[in-house]
Design a protein around this ligand. Structure first.
Ligand SMILES: Cc1cc2nc3c(=O)[nH]c(=O)nc-3n(C[C@H](O)[C@H](O)[C@H](O)COP(=O)(O)OP(=O)(O)OC[C@H]3O[C@@H](n4cnc5c(N)ncnc54)[C@H](O)[C@@H]3O)c2cc1C
Length: 491
């Protein structure tokens, strides 16, 4: 039973983090209105259909489902009545140019045993490595994931002191690649573990080995497939929000955050201004300042950090089924270092890109016509600094088809019967993410975690931020945690 307090909150943006923040504020008794620029919810976590194929347009790998469940439980509902997911095993299929295919299994033991059997590395070395990633998780979870990093009092808690005393163990002074090269002899294993840098839109050759923690989350804690696809996260949370009395306003872009005497007092949309006691912006924080508060002094140091990579995505309807592919597939480039150098230093596209193929029709048959598959075909590319994206799209299509044909030993060109394309410009216009960067600031330096914007404004009272561009970072679970940290700050 919600204890009403009659105060009003505006949430700007119905991305998963904005919806989660709205649900949490409603449960605290606030009257909550969500304003979403698009005619649909979910931001990056949305869905489209074309010629009988359904696609999740953004996220596809789902970890830490408990943070979705928590929102139902908080609202007095059983999550299993509204939202369901199944554990994946194997999680990934990795394809290499030498023709080898390695499966990444769920659980430390099985993963290590299966990979040791097919690579030059020993099972005990793989387990030792995964143990290290677990240590990083235990040392960083409460410090980085559960609290605001920007409140001084949070630095005097036992977990934070323990984290600081064990700073050497979290890999902050090594890069991911150098830690992974020290751990493994087989270059394929180095690539598999280096790839986790891309979950943050970063380069494993620049980002700290602390990010190896992601391997623990995915391999040991596990990855899941939401029944109905990733968009069911968005849809089930919007339904929950409506059930508990949140007002959703779609096609309602917020044009300004109203500020008086250093306090957020409301918002302005095309319909006019509306007063609110609290404003929470789920809009990318860079653009929240630039577009909604142009008169306010920007926190330049955090906002102007280098941004993450973006993606070119071909959503392909393929009129054939490929038994060798699973839900999550990676086709690795030969020269991973050169690929990342091309993306981050040259800000260009690589001729032999690592390709991620996500095929939800492997689990949800209705996502493609009978005998067909829906391929979300993704490559990492730089964020938008004015490159010729139309040319890059044409080149990428050729590069990707050439590579897929080589690895799968089939010509897929005549099999493509539907196509939609996203590039950084589309991601930028569809979600207002600065420069079309998918993950906000990049993590290409060891202080990156400390250089994300706080979940609140230090200068403007009653103004808060949540989502992938602020603390603790991008990905569905971190965005849900971001909403928790943000709303916990509202007293
Ligand atoms: C291609 C791709 C692949 C990804 N893969 C994964 C993955 O496999 N696993 C994973 O966990 N994460 C993944 N991510 C990241 C994940 O999707 C994001 O971190 C997360 O969805 C971001 O949620 P959010 O709520 O912070 O923001 P967003 O989803 O960006 O939502 C922000 C919302 O605010 C709205 N908005 C912006 N400005 C205004 C305004 N002025 N007025 C009103 N509304 C406004 C936007 O329209 C949008 O709906 C991926 C993302 C992409 C794009």
């Amino acid at each position: 039973m919600i204890k009403e307090n009659n105060k009003k909150v505006a949430v700007i943006g119905a991305g998963v983090s904005g919806i989660a923040a709205a649900i949490r504020m409603r449960n605290k008794g606030y009257q909550v209105s969500v304003f979403e620029a698009n005619s649909f919810p979910g931001g990056k976590c949305s869905s489209e259909t074309s010629k009988g194929y359904r696609f999740d347009m953004g996220p596809s790998v789902f970890t830490m489902p408990q943070y979705v469940d928590e929102l139902f439980e908080l609202s007095g509902q059983n999550p299993r009545d509204h939202f369901n997911y199944i554990p994946l095993d194997p999680v990934y299929k990795y394809f290499f140019e030498d023709g080898s295919i390695l499966d990444a299994w769920h659980s430390k033991e099985k993963f290590a045993e299966q990979l040791a059997a097919k690579t030059n590395d020993k099972k005990e070395d793989i387990i030792k490595y995964l143990d290290k990633t677990e240590t990083i998780y235990k040392l960083t979870e409460e410090v980085f994931l559960q609290n605001s990093l920007h409140r001084l009092k949070n630095f005097f808690t036992r977990p934070v002191v323990r984290g600081i005393l064990n700073f050497g163990k979290i890999g902050a002074f090594d890069t991911m690649n150098s830690a992974n090269e020290k751990a493994f002899q087989d270059p394929r294993l180095v690539k598999i573990f280096n790839r986790y840098a891309t979950y943050n839109g970063s380069s494993p050759y620049l980002s700290p080995a602390t990010l190896n923690v992601i391997a623990h989350v995915e391999i040991v804690k596990g990855a899941f497939y939401p029944v109905g696809g990733m968009v069911s996260i968005t849809n089930s949370l919007v339904k929950l929000g409506k059930d508990i009395g949140i007002q959703f306003n779609f096609s309602s872009p917020v044009q300004e955050i109203m500020i008086e005497n250093k306090k957020a007092v409301g918002i302005r949309t095309a319909k006019g201004t509306e007063a609110f006691d609290i404003v929470i912006s789920n809009m990318d924080v860079y653009n929240s300042y630039k577009k909604l508060m142009p008169g306010i002094k920007r926190p330049e140091k955090t906002l102007d950090q280098p941004k993450s990579s973006s993606g070119i995505i071909f959503y392909w309807g393929i009129k054939k089924e490929f038994r060798e592919l699973g839900l999550h597939n990676i086709l690795f480039s030969e020269n991973y270092e050169e690929e990342f150098d091309t993306i981050f230093s040259k800000k260009s596209i690589y001729h032999d890109p690592t390709i991620y193929l996500n095929i939800t029709s492997k689990h949800t048959a209705d996502d493609a016509p009978p005998g067909c598959e829906n391929w979300f075909s993704f490559i990492n590319v730089p964020n938008n600094s004015g490159q010729d994206w139309d040319k890059f799209i044409e080149e990428s299509r050729e590069n990707m088809i050439r590579k897929i044909n080589r690895v799968l030993k089939t010509d897929i060109r005549p099999l493509i019967e539907a196509e939609m394309v996203f590039d950084p410009r589309v991601i930028e216009s569809r979600t207002s993410s600065a420069f079309g960067a998918i993950y906000g600031n990049s993590s290409n330096n060891k202080f990156a975690a400390f250089l994300r914007h706080a979940n609140f404004s230090k200068d403007i009272k009653d103004l808060y931020f949540c989502g992938g561009s602020v603390h603790p970072g991008p990905s569905i679970p971190l965005c849900l945690l971001s909403a928790k940290i943000t709303t916990d700050l509202v007293k």
